[in-house]
Design a protein around this ligand. Structure first.
Ligand SMILES: Cc1ncc(COP(=O)(O)O)c(C=O)c1O
Length: 372
């Protein structure tokens, strides 16, 4: 049996009629950039997230950069974030001209609020915090909101992996912070191509974000700021809205079912499960487990021998990537010991809405069979 990390064949089989109908609508409309489809998707996405507006853009990294810039972050500012994330999180900070600063994660692999408090106390140049909702688990937003409010700094949620995730009854963006989403194909809401969106915190930020994504234009042929070309395509907006967003809730339910089956079924001393802070409500974009660093290759190999594709999220911490170290010593507050445990010992098991029961059982049995 082959169990891959994603199964786009099954996704296409289920969604293709809606997808092709959406493509036809765009083709027939004769309007391909920033038209009715983007407008309609932005409205539906904002409503789905319980927010007033959304701004579609080219990808999740641009959504982060635009959110940071629209929140006033730029040269001379420091932005505190987790070292354990997709490199795009750090890169988006750099692209604004700001400098990333890092502190450790907690036992779930999420930015640790205690470490963040200590970093803020030690470093008054930090102007923003980016908690990343890694693996589809929500970071401790009440704590981050409170510590940022106490210092008058900004919080921006990197929710690339966490659309629809909840923790303690509260969803992504519940505190009104700017939020960035990615619609990279593997994400919980994925396009067939690149896409992203941000949820602005207020009307001025919305206006600025719309300008930044479109060459910094305030009105036609008037460029008051240096912007990007980072627009969500009409095609992606239409297909996301008509083929994928209506399925998102049931996809999330299925991810949660699979996570529950793994959490209850994988019972072995060689593997540490990471249930996260609210396993029943998380977005379960990925299903991480931890093993002894020196045994990780053996587990990946055991999975492979049994037809299962394991993943690593993420094997190199962002501040340890050459692109970061080449710029000088990265700003690190405290130790990164929890984050490093994940970088060295994490393995992601397949989790996606099109896994069958037999495949889920095969993953459970294969991991249980591994003798460490
Ligand atoms: C946590 C996180 N942030 C940002 C991004 C960037 O998103 P994109 O690939 O759409 O630019 C990703 C996706 O790769 C991600 O997982």
């Amino acid at each position: 049996m082959e169990v891959s990390a994603n199964n786009f064949d099954r996704l296409w089989e289920e969604c293709k009629n809606d997808y092709i109908a959406a493509v036809a609508q765009v083709g027939e409309s004769g309007w391909y950039i920033l038209g009715r489809q983007v407008d309609a998707f932005e409205k539906d996405l904002a409503a789905w997230c319980g927010r007033n507006t959304a701004v579609g853009c080219g990808n999740g990294m641009d959504a982060m950069e635009i959110a940071l810039r629209a929140a006033g972050i730029g040269c001379g500012d420091r932005v505190l974030t987790t070292p354990l994330s997709a490199f795009a999180t750090g890169l988006a900070i750099l692209r604004t001209g700001a400098e990333p600063a890092y502190c450790d994660t907690d036992e779930h692999g999420l930015l640790d609020p205690d470490a963040a408090e200590a970093a803020l106390a030690a470093d008054s140049s930090i102007r923003a915090i980016i908690p990343v909702h890694l693996y589809g688990q929500l970071a401790d937003m009440p704590r981050f909101t409170a510590m940022a409010a106490a210092r008058g700094i900004t919080v921006i949620e990197d929710a690339a992996q966490a659309i629809g995730a909840r923790r303690g009854g509260r969803g992504v963006g519940a505190d009104g912070h700017p939020v960035a989403f990615s619609f990279y194909p593997t994400k919980n809401l994925g396009a067939i191509g690149d896409g992203g969106a941000l949820l602005p915190a207020h009307a001025d930020m919305d206006e600025l974000a719309r300008s930044i994504r479109n060459y910094g234009q305030s009105e036609r042929y008037v460029h008051e700021i240096v912007g990007l070309n980072s627009r969500l395509d009409e095609l992606h907006a239409a297909t996301l809205r008509l083929a994928f967003l209506p399925r998102l809730e049931s996809w999330l339910d299925r991810r949660r079912e699979i996570a529950a089956a793994y959490l209850s079924g994988i019972d072995t001393p060689h593997v540490t499960l990471i249930p996260g802070p609210d396993p029943k409500a998380a977005g379960w974009h990925l299903f991480p487990v931890l093993v002894a660093p020196e045994r990780r290759a053996a587990l990946l190999n055991h999975l492979k021998q049994n037809g299962i594709q394991g993943g690593l999220h993420y094997p190199v911490l962002i501040p340890e990537q050459k692109a970061m170290t080449d710029r000088g010593a990265p700003v690190i507050h405290g130790t990164l010991s929890n984050a490093r445990r994940f970088a060295q010992g994490e393995v992601s098991l397949p989790i996606h809405p099109y896994l069958t029961e037999a495949e889920v059982n095969h993953v459970v049995e294969t991991v249980k069979d591994w003798n460490g």
